[in-house]
Write a protein that binds this ligand. Sequence first.
Ligand code: SF4
Length: 317
Amino acid sequence: MFGLKDDWSLDVPARYFTLEDYDGGVARWCPGCGDHGVLTAVQRICRDQQIPPERMVNVSGIGCSSRFPHYMATYGFHGLHGRALPVAEGVKSRRPDLDVWVATGDGDNCSIGAGHWLHAMRYNMNMVVMMFDNNIYGLTKKQTSPTTQTGFKTNTHPRGALLPPIDPITSMLGMSNASFIAQTVDWNPVHLHDTLLLAWKHKGLGFVRIMQRCPQYTNQVFSDFQDDPNSLLLMQHDDGVPVDPALDRTFKNRIEHDPSNMAQAIELAGRRDVIPIGLFYCDPTRPCYDDQSRQGLGMSVEDKLAGLEREFDRFAI
Ligand code: SF4
């Protein structure tokens, strides 16, 4: 970033962004909430990649994690429950030059927003979608969410959740035109950062499920996994999430997984004895709808009206 010129003077960029430039204020999540770590990872990516704050839009729905845009000093849209993705797609289709990030939760995304979720994967517009999965509706105080484990006691199911949970990874692996599906955990900052960075670099919709601790309501759900690194299965491959040498001692449990191998991705997603983390599936050749929707951008009003008239004339009788 800061290079030396031929005359040995320092080559300083006209603008250089520090972490403070993305800091939108003190996050009001509970102490120990996994959301704090995700916020830090995204701000680091912004700083390292020097994303101008005015060229980034963070979009969310409703839920604890959906407070995300408030804590980023960028443009943002804290929208309606389950509706983050259509808003993000609208932004991307009119302003493909902007960096669009979506923060959504398991309640927001997998329940009321599920229809949008499926179609957003299929539309495959260029953005990062972070699904914070804490297995509960935290904002509304411990209600059963679509990913709550069967038998887990909640305020809406005091005798235990009745239905088998949705598996977001398996569901998305079955979605047509999905192009990037990854999983990470909030308690490993290196892997979290590297996974989100890879999703950002991907052309298309980078879907990342983040196992997120909620010490307030689902503390025990992830504590075993957090305490025992061998309960995580690190997927590694040259085309996958890069394995930082800092992770060598942490992750002994590894598997070689080529992210173009859909059959193995489905098999790994079905594992219940361990949590596989890394890149399940990636296909950068999938069509992106924003490549279509950008057509006509920059046309004058007169040209657009003339185009409409031409189309209407085709139906004249
Ligand atoms: Fe985080 Fe849970 Fe608190 Fe919500 S209720 S802010 S998810 S710890």
